[in-house]
Design a protein around this ligand. Structure first.
Ligand code: ADP
Ligand code: ZN
Length: 222
């Protein structure tokens, strides 16, 4: 099953995607994680990517499709994948369909998470991440604080704030998100695979609640 996670930065795509990965045994692929790895390991492409990321701008489609496309060829994509952060534009969605159709696959479900912008900003500025590549646990100082101040519960690494989680960059990322969100949501709506979920103060649903409900629903369909 191929699941696409849609939603603004900070809506919980990573957390919910992680729950689905663990409970359903489907690998989660995060375009942002792929890019952050490139920034660390590859001087040439990494530099180019970092230029866009640090400004909160979208990495050009061609590069995104190439790198995520390569990842989709790897052997752990057996039962499908949970795509987090990709596609982000209608063009990327079309390219994804092309990639999947080669293996006679398609997007089976697009989960659209929504959260008011002011809550997004509040959430992201309180987000902390474990920098250990094998761990990568995500925390929130309000909803999911680490047990020991500033340290990862799982591996003990010193938690960091992502460069692009600073308030100014968050605002730009939100603008960028809104500039392509509607076309993308409509694309999946027209394919009859869209599921809308509201989070935050409006519904009082947490990422964990949503994750659990989705797992139950999806287990019944697999
Ligand atoms: P978030 O969802 O919290 O914004 P991500 O880790 O998904 O964070 O993405 C971080 C950055 O990586 C984005 O701001 C953008 O620069 C780049 N990026 C990630 N996915 C894509 C994509 N599908 N297309 C273009 N750029 C992307
Ligand atoms: Zn850790």
């Amino acid at each position: 099953m191929f699941i696409v996670m849609l939603g603004a930065p900070g809506t919980g795509k990573g957390t919910i995607g992680g729950i689905l990965e663990k409970e359903l045994g489907i690998v989660r692929i995060s375009s942002g994680d792929i890019f952050r790895t490139y920034v660390k390991k590859d001087k040439e492409i990494g530099k180019k990517i970092e230029d866009y990321m640090s400004k909160g701008l979208l990495v050009p489609d061609e590069l995104v499709v190439q790198l995520v496309g390569n990842r989709l060829q790897e052997s752990d994509v057996i039962n499908g994948a949970i795509l987090d952060g990709f596609p982000r534009t209608e063009n990327q969605a079309k390219e994804l369909d092309k990639l999947l159709s080669k293996g006679n696959n398609k997007v089976n479900l697009a989960i659209n998470l929504s959260l008011p912008d002011n809550e997004v900003i509040a959430r992201i500025s309180r987000r902390r991440c474990c920098p250990n590549k094998e761990c990568g646990e995500i925390y929130n100082l309000d909803f999911k604080p680490p047990i020991r101040d500033g340290l990862c519960d799982k591996c003990g690494s010193k938690l960091v704030q992502r460069q692009d989680d600073k308030e100014e960059t968050i605002k730009r990322r939100l603008e960028v998100y809104h500039s392509t969100a509607d076309e993308l949501i409509n694309y999946y709506k027209n394919q009859n695979v869209l599921k809308n979920i509201k989070l935050g103060s409006e519904t009082n649903l947490t990422s964990n609640d949503v994750g659990k409900v989705l797992v139950e629903e999806l287990k019944a369909t697999i």
